[in-house]
Design a protein around this ligand. Sequence first.
Ligand code: DPM
Length: 329
Amino acid sequence: MSPSVTAARTIRIGSRKSQLALVQTYWVQEQLQQRFPERSFEVHTMSTQGDKILDVALAKIGDKGLFTKELEVGMLQNETDFAVHSLKDLPTKLPEGLLLACITERENPADALVVHEKHKDKQLETLPAGAVVGTSSLRRLAQLRHYFPHLQFKDIRGNLNTRLQKLDEGGYDALILAVAGLQRLGMGERIHQVIPEEISLHAVGQGALGIECRADDVEIINILKTIEHPETRARCYAERAFLRSLEGGCQVPIGVSTRIENNQLTLTGMVASLDGQRLIKDSITGAAENAEQIGIELANRLRQQGAQEILDEIFAQVQRGENSPKDNG
Ligand code: DPM
């Protein structure tokens, strides 16, 4: 058989089934299809543990790849060739044999305030005492408690539509959600206030997509590299190295922000106690090519300022199942 009649293999993309995951995966598929019109890309959807367990606070289920594990198994068993994730849901340590091959251009990584109609003339700063804010992010919880101790916090799970419905029905006064998620789902008009980073540092990797594949699949790696965004990659590498060095999973009150100017990368990071009373924050600037080193150094610096003590306390609280907004509100 001549090589010209051997069809190139179809490339199989693993994705969660949620509306947001599918919007993201179809975007990646389209970007690649434009660059490789002769190849075919097909999407394989899977449910992850995180999609199935909806009634338990995220913080209680743990953080070992809740939204990514099944997709990773699919790649390791050669049922799919790569998987598209919200980077912030991808653990900082990947299983043996897999690689974070590509990080795409980040959207606004900030958190957003979404309010019930009755608060439409309010901002985070002017919500009344006792107003109930829905979040299941310990990071959002701890930072907001720190700056706005007069607010109340209540756990919320489920997809974006479910959450917005619970808000509109009056179960909550406001929600905190990622700007990027709302925008990708075409619900940008629900963003009432983009929360400044002085109040809420975002999650590691927030607003960016991470694409994971088998570490030895050079053909796929080369295809994925064509849609990588180097600046986002450097920023997210610094953020992920920071989180990895603090050994925090996705459910610890750790927040970051990064920027690059003239090849200089500035990383700001914070660790907070769950009650919001202690909040340790610092920044480091260095050459963008040393992104991971910058993350590690900032982690060491925060540790010296008391971050380790806070994290040890939180891990103990998580073990005892005491760490959800519901229990602490
Ligand atoms: C992670 C967190 C949340 C998601 C924790 C955090 C938010 C959970 C909640 C690690 N993953 O941010 O501190 O508030 O109840 C998630 C969202 C997106 C990806 C939704 C959101 C979309 C934005 C993006 C859930 N994962 O944060 O509102 O791709 O960055």
